[in-house]
Design a protein around this ligand. Structure first.
Ligand SMILES: Nc1nc2c(ncn2[C@@H]2O[C@H](COP(=O)(O)OP(=O)(O)OP(=O)(O)O)[C@@H](O)[C@H]2O)c(=O)[nH]1
Ligand SMILES: [Mg+2]
Length: 338
């Protein structure tokens, strides 16, 4: 009998051959050497460490996997973008149905198809958001345009604006611009005018340009135009209070140009009304959509972008003109008066 087997005469321990010609591993007479077995197990890879077949090789990430969101962007994302490149933030105000969403949808549809004069599409971090607002404009019924191209804007968060992003390249010179465009509900502007609620417009303080959207038809209509001009005056007053002295460039964007041109005398009244609050503005007229064969959809949008990214400042008066005084020794007193 060997130490490896209980059977008398078996030398399996020394020769590896079973006297009963059985498999040494399964023979019932075999004596298992606990120490040898322990040593073998110690050298073998640990089943738990190596991972059983079919189990995960790497630990699961603690956060759910996600692609970057391409819906509207929060202001913190715009802040991050601003750290690496110049972003033109546009503050967009206007009553419900004034044409804010339509203007953004049309801008995206035009530039993404290479139809915006002077500009071409370069990139967007909010493609899904832009697609979302322009979806209605592409839902045509049997070849006829839909009754309403865009839907009334509602915000998921009633306090924070969501921004749409467009990067565009200027054909002349190849300049790249990044626009951050919030699509806000008209109620926000109504509340600002009515109750002077301005907390939601804090972000306007970092805006480079303001667009105040007005339905051009209301400025043409005899019954409504005076009321609209007064309301724009009130809005100008609220904005003046919000910004104090550092007010960005203001563009009044009249929409529905395809349905008529706002008469010049009404625009003069409008400038006078907002001027009472020490506010000045340029007027840009657009037709975001158009059923008028003489006016293309998207008319005026290129001019709106141009005006938004080109700083507008009063021309510097190098030599101020003064009425000459009859007996003044102008040449001699010139230096003293400077
Ligand atoms: N023909 C034409 N229709 C326009 C124009 N601008 C806006 N519209 C239409 O006017 C309606 C209201 O426009 P919206 O852009 O949704 O108005 P909004 O200012 O975003 O309104 P709220 O989201 O409610 O604040 C939509 O049916 C648009 O299709 C335009 O220039 N021409
Ligand atoms: Mg809207």
């Amino acid at each position: 009998m060997s130490t490896a087997c209980n059977l008398d005469g078996c030398t399996v321990g020394e020769t590896g051959r079973c006297a009963l010609e059985k498999d040494p591993a399964t023979c019932s007479n075999r004596v298992i050497d606990i120490n040898a077995l322990k040593a073998t197990l110690k050298d073998a890879p640990d089943a738990e460490d190596a991972g059983a077949v079919g189990t995960a090789v790497l630990d699961a990430p603690s956060e759910p996997p996600s692609f970057p969101s391409s819906a509207t962007l929060g202001s913190e994302v715009i802040d991050q973008m601003m750290a690496s490149r110049y972003v033109t933030v546009v503050g967009i105000l206007g009553d419900p149905n004034s044409g804010k969403t339509a203007c953004l949808a049309s801008l995206y549809l035009r530039v993404s198809r290479g139809l915006l004069e002077g500009w071409s599409f370069s990139d967007s971090r909010s493609l899904m958001g832009l697609e979302e607002i322009s979806r209605g404009a592409r839902r045509w019924n049997d070849g006829n345009p839909p009754e309403q191209m865009t839907v009334h804007t509602k915000m998921a968060d009633d306090r924070q604006p969501g921004f749409l992003h467009l990067r565009m390249k200027q054909d002349r010179g190849g300049r790249l611009i990044d626009l951050a465009l919030p699509d806000l509900p008209g109620e926000w502007t109504k509340d600002l005018v009515r109750t002077s609620r301005s907390d939601r417009f804090e972000f306007l303080k970092s805006a480079d340009v303001l667009w105040v959207m007005v339905d051009g038809r209301t400025l043409i209509d005899l019954q409504r135009r005076q009321g609209v001009v007064s309301r724009l005056g009130q809005l100008a007053g609220r904005l003046r209070a919000l910004f104090d002295d550092a007010m960005p460039q203001l563009l009044i964007v009249t929409t529905h140009l395809d349905e008529g041109v706002v008469p010049e005398p009404t625009l003069t009244k409008l400038h006078a009304e907002i001027g009472k609050h020490k506010v000045s503005a340029r007027v840009v007229s657009v037709a975001s959509f158009s059923a008028n064969p003489d006016i293309n959809p998207g008319h005026g949008l290129a001019a709106l972008v141009d005006a938004s990214v080109t700083p507008h400042s009063e021309p510097l008066q190098f030599w101020r003109s003064r009425a000459p005084q009859a007996d003044a020794r102008a040449f001699l007193s010139h230096r003293r008066s400077q």
